[in-house]
Ligand binder design. Sequence first.
Ligand code: GRF
Length: 203
Amino acid sequence: MGRRTAVLISGSGSNLQALIDTTAAPGSSAEIVLVVSNRADAFGLERARRAGIPASAIPHRGFSDRAGFDAAIDAALREAGVELVCLAGFMRLLTPGFVESWRDRMLNIHPSLLPAFRGADAHVQALAAGVRISGCTVHLVRPEMDTGPILLQGLVPVLPGDTVETLSRRTLEVEHVCYPRALELMVSGRVRVEAGRALVEGI
Ligand code: GRF
């Protein structure tokens, strides 16, 4: 039995799939016990159900404010005995109170080499800036969006003629390798946070 991990999603859930596949393999120190989406039509919910993982939609529209929505998410996580949370394409900003209560127990993946290109349109920004190398970042979550101690980064070349579609497709392939690796580093106790940075044993 691995560390009890939840994944929060809003959409396709291809990163969720990578986490499902790798944590199901022998030797994984993590176990995905819950998937929550703020959108009922997220395909990731279907991926979870196919894998036999409890999956629920908690639509944010059902709440009058962010705090109420976050409290409902928090209750679902605690009820399932969750120890660690992975944000994987979860498109809602979380309140500082929620983020602090999961401090150093909540990971996010972002499709750029942070601190460059924070926000929802990372690939648009990378292409506009003309960078030759882009990538992805897995980090611990802090209240400010796309900030927090960096666990792992993966590199992706930007090729001539790249569009948001081609760059995001190539980046996702690297994300699917990085996120499971970062989760395994976390759950196997190889990460220490010191002075706002993640010190990762063996890297
Ligand atoms: C990924 O690019 C991730 O980095 C970003 O949102 C996207 C989610 O894709 N935060 P998916 O739902 O995992 O396929």
